[in-house]
Design a protein around this ligand. Structure first.
Ligand SMILES: NC(=O)c1ccc[n+]([C@@H]2O[C@H](COP(=O)([O-])OP(=O)(O)OC[C@H]3O[C@@H](n4cnc5c(N)ncnc54)[C@H](OP(=O)(O)O)[C@@H]3O)[C@@H](O)[C@H]2O)c1
Length: 245
């Protein structure tokens, strides 16, 4: 697929990884739906950056709390109204709770599954119903190398379920839509850890590449998956080999 002028929806696109992906899609000529929940100001900034990238670049912001199916549905409808059917869906929004088996609560478990799995599922379902027969589409799900060894229960198991969703969608949305996932290693440390200590911790555990990934490396993997029409149901580890050790 040539991403130029395609309609792309990126969830959680106000900040961090999501913003980098939205900007890369804007730079590739997409009309970008910048989704956010709490980061309205950042999302508007992302959209403004895309709108100023080059002539023809276009973006608009859309708010939705992805925990609630009705808001996911409204998001899909609002993007359809503004831009037309979504041709590129990037499921980036996610929550990350570090609790293990002893401490994980049912509330946290349900929230992780609602945001990390159900919302991507509902957005894919909406995309499936919007695209006309024979139209080409792409879904890229943001996953984590940790699904190779899930220890953070609600997060790890929800992301493992996202892998299952990726493969199921790849089969059921074929041949028009290719569905893949990018399993990231450390790119940006979570914001709730103080930076001096965790950077050291992360450094001891970075895997073969022995460094953190860059936002450009994540964006170029996403663009490759969008441009290639013969890869589907695949997990691309963008983690410097972290899943191997
Ligand atoms: N950062 C890394 O190094 C790393 C490593 C491995 C995997 N990943 C994966 O890569 C993706 C992006 O990582 P990240 O660190 O940039 O993510 P993040 O900062 O933890 O979260 C991304 C966005 O998710 C949105 N979000 C959270 N709860 C939401 C809800 N209820 N409704 C709607 N949106 C919600 C937030 O949007 P608002 O701010 O607008 O509320 C947030 O900005 C995630 O899927 C993550 O699992 C990242």
């Amino acid at each position: 697929m040539d991403p130029n002028r395609k309609v792309a929806l990126v969830t959680g696109a106000g900040r961090r990884v999501g913003r980098a992906l939205a900007l890369a899609l804007g730079d590739a000529g997409c009309r970008v739906a910048v989704h956010y929940d709490t980061s309205g100001k950042d999302a508007q900034e992302t959209a403004d950056l895309i709108n100023s990238l080059k002539p023809g670049s276009e973006a608009a912001v859309f708010k939705a709390d992805l925990e609630h199916p009705t808001e996911v549905e409204s998001l899909a409808n609002s993007v359809l109204e503004r831009f037309g059917p979504v041709q590129i869906l990037v499921n980036n929004a996610s929550i990350f709770d570090r609790t293990g088996l002893a401490d994980v609560t049912t509330e946290s478990w349900d929230r992780h599954f609602a945001i990390n799995v159900r919302a991507p599922f509902l957005l894919a379902k909406a995309m499936n119903s919007q695209l006309t027969e024979g139209a080409n589409g792409k879904i890229v799900n943001l996953n984590d190398w940790r699904t190779a060894r899930p220890t953070r229960f609600a997060y790890g198991v929800s992301k493992t379920a996202l892998s299952g969703l990726t493969r199921s969608l790849a089969v059921t949305m074929a041949p028009g839509v290719q569905v893949n996932e990018i399993a990231l290693g450390a790119v940006l440390p979570p914001e709730d850890i103080p930076l001096d200590r965790p950077r050291e911790e992360i450094k001891t555990n970075l895997g073969p590449a022995d460094r953190m990934g860059t936002l450009n490396e994540v964006a170029s993997a996403m663009l490759m998956l969008i441009q290639n029409d013969f890869i589907t149901g695949e997990t691309i580890n963008v983690d410097g080999g972290r899943h191997l050790v």
